[in-house]
Design a protein around this ligand. Sequence first.
Ligand SMILES: [Zn+2]
Length: 222
Amino acid sequence: MDLLYFLFGSCLGSWICASAYRYNLLELKNEKRSICPQCHQKLPFYDLIPIISWFYLKGKCRFCHHEIPFDHLVCEVLCGLLMVFCMHHHEPLLMCSLVYVLIYAAYTDIYHGLIPDRCHVMMFLIYVLSEPAEWEMQMLYFFIVICVLYLVAYISQGLGYGDVKLIASMSLFISLYKLLWVICIASTSALIFNLSKRKKDKIRFAPYLSFSYFVVLLFRTI
Ligand SMILES: [Zn+2]
């Protein structure tokens, strides 16, 4: 059964990665079929098999030999593994929805340096559909978190407003204590990763936030 979950998750990962890549690219956005972003050739179904296609094509487009980024493969494997993890959680549907929205947010940030508002809307919808108890207190907590973070972002100019909205959306599902853990792990991992890089780019924070969110969910004792 776990293998089926993994396969389904990796298919979902393939779709999420392609959607995130197409976001903001007008020439690809309206294309219904999967095409190569370089030569615009329509891809046959056997080139779209998650994980396997990447290996037998040796990470290159069949037509123009343009490189298929390694992070496509990472996304497919990661989504497969996370699907197995989520399905063993006591709230599988909630976990799956959250995890895949966060992966989409991470990948759009990696590719385009932004987090689409649809991610925050989706997280809010997931929260509402999960029929939360004591939602009034949670809304107050959400409101305080977003105000404080906006203030921090405004003063420091180091935190993007997309990141602010993402952290606030995460706060709908976890306590303040866990949220602080998420921010600490994300900041530390971003700092370590960026220090190890020769070329210093602007840090894209959503992948670190999503990663630390998974860590906090994984280690329930935190
Ligand atoms: Zn191509």
